[in-house]
Design a protein around this ligand. Structure first.
Ligand SMILES: NC(=O)CC[C@H](N)C(=O)O
Length: 306
């Protein structure tokens, strides 16, 4: 397995077309596009990494998997009255469906949906308390207390929040947000600004690869049915309007972020985190997707078969 991971990293190191780093969040625009990392954590406790797998990067929308897990733990199925579970077929920051669908976001992974999810978690608390809870959860599932918020990235997003603020105000006008818009956005931007390495991320995702049980601690994080459902949402919605293409090419539940990371789950096998900051036209990591495609072709771990 280590030979395969090394081979993937070597192939990606020599790639010429590397995509475009997100610069609509200015702080992310400074990241060196040459970097590549991959880490596989297996359900039987092994870790295989290559590239800069211990370098922290901005996990951005990958954090939406963790806040969804927390929200379902707090409010259970009542979450689905605030957010849907259908693929949107629209870009991650689109506002068009919100008007047609009375301010209810299609799914928890587009920006509007994730903003609604974090509003649900806040439960009348101040952002600082909610952020403490989110960070504790992520540190717990990754078994690593060094994971942190990159405050410069969060501040950069807050300063350029017009688009996300539009989504939030629109939902609030329909009665779908309970808290003050700027407090919800401040919480959302910090959640997106969590910095993690591929090794930490792969470890954090393991519970979704093993029916809801964290590894290697063997402590149950969620019921197996919930893990299965989160995986299905990742498969259908994790790459926005490129989710179909990602399923076609890779065939694993996965969540991308505009920081260039992707967390993919191979149920029964392990969790794979990849990072390369250059994005494709849909805001998903160009080389990260290629690396995962190469990985499933060699391992046969796609949920759709070899
Ligand atoms: N696709 C993403 O990673 C988007 C997350 C980013 N924080 C935003 O709100 O625009």
């Amino acid at each position: 397995m280590q030979a395969l991971i090394d081979d993937i990293a070597a192939t990606m190191a020599s790639a010429e077309e590397r995509g475009k780093v997100a610069d609509y969040i200015p702080e992310l625009g400074h990241v060196d596009p040459k970097q590549f990392a991959i880490s596989l954590a297996t359900v039987d406790g092994k870790v295989y990494s290559a590239g800069c797998a211990t370098t922290p990067f901005s996990i951005q929308s990958i954090s939406k998997v963790f806040t969804l897990t927390i929200a379902l733990g707090q409010v259970g199925d009542s979450l689905w009255s605030k957010v849907g579970r259908e693929p949107s077929g629209d870009p991650f920051n689109s506002i068009v469906q919100l008007e047609h669908e009375s301010g209810k976001p299609r799914n928890p992974f587009i920006n509007a949906g994730a903003i609604a999810v974090v509003d649900a978690i806040m439960m009348g608390h101040e952002p600082k308390e909610t952020l403490g809870e989110i960070l504790s959860f992520v540190r717990y599932i990754a078994d690593d207390d060094s994971i942190y918020f990159d405050h410069a990235v969060a501040a950069s997003e807050m300063a350029h929040r017009d688009r996300n603020a539009s989504l939030a105000h629109f939902m609030k006008a329909f009665g779908h947000l309970r808290h003050d818009v700027d407090k919800v956005l401040g919480t959302y931007f910090h959640q997106c600004a969590i910095a993690m390495s591929c090794e930490q991320l792969a470890h954090a995702g393991l519970f979704l690869a093993s029916d809801g049980i964290n590894k290697p601690s063997d402590i149950r994080v969620v019921a197996s049915q919930r893990a299965r459902r989160i995986n299905s949402l990742m498969m259908m919605c994790g790459h926005y309007d490129a989710s179909g293409e990602f399923a076609f090419r890779v065939g694993l539940p996965a969540k991308s972020g505009v920081g260039g990371g992707i967390l993919a789950i191979a149920p029964g096998h392990g969790a794979i985190a990849v990072w390369s900051p250059g994005l494709d036209a849909y805001g998903n990591s160009l080389l990260g997707t290629q690396a995962l495609e190469m990985f499933v072709q060699k391992t046969g771990w796609s949920v759709f078969g070899h």
